[in-house]
Each structure stands twice: as C-alpha cells, then as structure tokens.
Design a protein around this ligand. Structure first.
Ligand code: ZN
Ligand code: ZN
Length: 361
C-alpha cells in the first residue's frame, strides 16, 4: 500500500484548510494512512512527520504493521500519548491541530484541550481522509474485487441452504460459516435474510422466522477480505412466482439497471439516485423506494460518496459504489437488488458477477 503517497497527498491539503497538523483518530482512516489494524490508536500528521500513538497492548502489532510513521507507545492510551508528545514539542509544534470532530467524543476533546499547552489550538477539520479514501487506488480496487468475488461465490451456498422451514438465522449462519472457511476476516455487517412479509423490511436482519413456503427472500450480505468490504443483495422467490411478483421484481431490476446506466465520472451523486427513482415512478412504485440508491464501499461498508437526493458530489473515476434500489410494500413483500461497481470515465464496471434474473427455489 502506498502509505507515503497517501500521507503526502493529505499533507498537501493542510495549508488549504489552515491547519498545521491533523490528529487522525478514526481507525479506518489510521489504517488507510499507516496500516495499523488494531482497535486503539491515533495518528498525528504534521508538516514534517507522521507519528502513530497506541498503548502497550499493541506494541508488537504496531511495530509489525505500521509503516511510514514513527511509533510511540503511551502508558495512558493513544490520545494521552499524542497530547504529551505535542506538549513535549510545544516550542516546535505549530499551533493549529485539526481534529476529526465527528469521530471524537466531546469528553475526549475536552481531555485533549486540558492536557495541551494554551497555544496549541484544536480545530474541527473537514473529513479530509474520508474524502481522499473515496477514490480507490489500484491496490485497493484489487482487494475490493477479491472481496466481491468471494461474496458472489457465497451466494451459490445461499441458494443451496434457503429452503422452506429453515430459520433465517440458520441460513445466515451457513453463509457466514462458508465465508469464514473461505478466508473472510468477518462479515461487513450483520447478514440480512428477510423472508415472506419480512422482505418488506429494508434492514431485516436474519431472525428466528422460518423461510415460508412461498414469497420473496431478500439476502443482503458482504464479507471483509484483506480489510476491504463487499456488499451485495439478491432477492429470491420461494415457490412459483405469480405474475404480480415477477412484475414487481422486474420493476426493481429495471431501476437498478437505470442506476447503473447513470453512473459515470463527472455525474453527480443525485443523478444516479434520480435515474432509479424515475424508473420506479413509471411503474407506480416510487413511494415504496424508501432508502437511497447507493453508497461508497471500501475499508468501511458505508462510506462516501452517497447516492441520494440532494447529494451534489461529483463521481470520479476510481470510486467504488453500490447500486441498490428496492421497493417494499409493508405487510406484503419487498425486493432489492444490489451490485458493487467501479466508476470509470466512460461509465462503470459492474464488479458483482452474480446473475440478476429472478431465481425461484
Ligand atoms: Zn447491502
Ligand atoms: Zn449497500
């Protein structure tokens, strides 16, 4: 991973935002900038150097993982170590330190303030690392591809285990067991297996409910591989789908294809969302599409950009996003179809290879 390049690019942003340094506390951001995968740390990027702070539990891990940063092990935790490091260099330390306010508790900020000399001022920084992370480099894209392929492979297992009478939780467990055996470090989020009427719940986590003998089953899941997440949704039908179910499914599929066709570098986030919504509107289903069309995926399952109404960020080549329109009729049924795609100059490359026609079991 090009940690040096990432840090250099970030450093070049500081001046523009009137900052002398940036204190990074969001763990995925730390991993992105220095490679640390543990769960306690802080990274200070100054104009001259990068220092990573953690505590004694992570001494070995920090030494083996962290690259392109000096490692400091603190006795009282990462933030306290960062504060005392800044204090010890107060003469050389320039005074405007950006902090990730959305990622720090008010208590942590006030503790930091108390332990810092007066002339060092903490300033809320814009989400600079998150913005940088939106566009993936070649190594990241390769890792994401591998995660997406594994997710897609697991879908085959899912089709084998979904049968009437099997609890949703058991279906999810089989999927997650297969994921672990295939080398996944974990699931990117709690697996969604929502069958029958529950398919109308956009975030219907697998429950104790048994798969009914007829109806839709929404399956939304992802794996983490080499730190990168995958995310896909397919909706199956148990039994023989009536014409109304087929029409409903086809409408969502058409909306998903419309979203994919709207993706290209230079387009705005909201344009993709609008394309999907417009199609569902034509089929009289717009009011049942109750969430946004997609989101960025990378080290985190939900990151920028956000494909939703009113979002004006311009898509850039190298972004990895989902396209996942759905329609949900409460008490009846729901359908969602989700792929991951790589934004390119001319459009997009769909990374998820799984078929999208309605599979009946
Ligand atoms: Zn999903
Ligand atoms: Zn998603």
């Amino acid at each position: 991973m090009d940690f040096q390049g990432r840090q250099t690019r970030l450093r070049s942003q500081l001046d523009r935002h009137r900052l002398d340094s940036l204190l990074v506390t969001h763990l995925p951001n730390i991993r992105y900038l220095g490679g640390f995968t543990g769960s306690a740390g802080a990274l200070l990027l100054t104009e001259e150097e990068t220092i990573f702070f953690t505590d004694g539990r992570y001494t070995e891990q920090a030494r083996s993982e962290v690259q392109c940063a000096k490692v400091v092990i603190g006795k009282k935790g990462a933030l306290a170590a960062a504060a005392s490091w800044m204090e010890s260099r107060r003469r050389k330390m320039a005074y405007r330190v950006g902090i990730e306010t959305d990622r720090l508790s008010a208590a942590a900020v006030s503790r930091l303030n108390e332990s810092l000399p007066k002339h060092i001022r903490l300033r809320p920084a814009p989400p600079l690392v998150e913005q940088q992370r939106m566009v993936k480099d070649a190594e990241e894209v390769a890792k994401i591809r591998a995660a997406v392929l594994l997710g897609s492979l697991l879908f085959d297992r899912l089709i084998e285990v979904i049968r009437p009478g099997v609890p949703e939780l058991e279906v999810a467990a089989e999927l997650e067991y297969a994921a672990a055996k295939a080398g996944a470090e974990g699931m990117s989020f709690p697996t969604i297996i929502a069958s029958g009427e529950r398919s109308a719940l956009p975030h219907g986590r697998a429950s104790r409910q048994a798969i009914p003998s007829v109806g839709f089953v929404v399956c939304d899941f992802g794996v983490i591989l080499q730190g990168y997440c995958s995310d896909m949704t397919r909706t199956l039908y148990v039994g023989r789908p009536p014409a109304e179910a087929k029409r409903f499914y086809d409408a969502v599929l058409a909306a998903q294809v419309a979203a994919l066709e709207a993706v290209a570098a230079g387009r705005r986030e909201e344009q993709v969302d609008r394309a999907a919504r417009k199609l569902l509107q034509k089929r009289g289903l717009a009011k049942y599409f109750t969430h946004s069309t997609g989101h960025g995926v990378g080290l985190e399952i939900h990151e920028g950009p956000r494909l939703a109404a009113g979002q004006k960020e311009t898509l850039r080549s190298g972004m990895v996003i989902t396209a996942e329109p759905g329609a949900y009729i409460p008490g009846k049924w729901g359908v969602r179809i989700e792929d991951m795609v790589l934004v390119t100059d001319s459009g997009c490359e769909v990374l998820t290879p799984t078929r999208k026609d309605l599979i009946a079991i």
